[in-house]
Ligand binder design. Sequence first.
Ligand SMILES: [Zn+2]
Length: 153
Amino acid sequence: MNDKVDKVTRSKIMSRVRGKNTKPELALRQALFSVGYRYRLHAKHLPGKPDLIFPFYKVALFVNGCFWHWHGCKYSRFPTSNLEYWKKKITGNQERDKVNYEKLLSTGWRVLIVWECSLKKDEIEKTVNSVDRWIKGKVHSDSSLKYDCFPAN
Ligand SMILES: [Zn+2]
């Protein structure tokens, strides 16, 4: 990501990236709805406000931006300026995420993280299949994992 834009514009861009109802999130919602899932959105009463919850399965799903939550894939790239600022910000996000996931797990929720890069056009079908299997409990994750992260990074 280059940094030819000024600080204000940059932070506007960044806050848009972070928003709810992003395009990848909508795509996932639509796909899951079309295979029969019903869910609630942005559950405010739960830690971290999961993007989708499936009360019947007690699953909390987060659609995580690869930059904001730091996936480590090719879409996770720091801007070239204000590096320290962004590093601090991202580390803070990661720590907050971890606390929220732990809280959910300790109250009996299963936690599923879907990275935005896995919701791109040529990936989404595969992702939705895996999400479907995971929610229905057909995929058993490594028991040493504290929460299930899909796709594994
Ligand atoms: Zn990614």
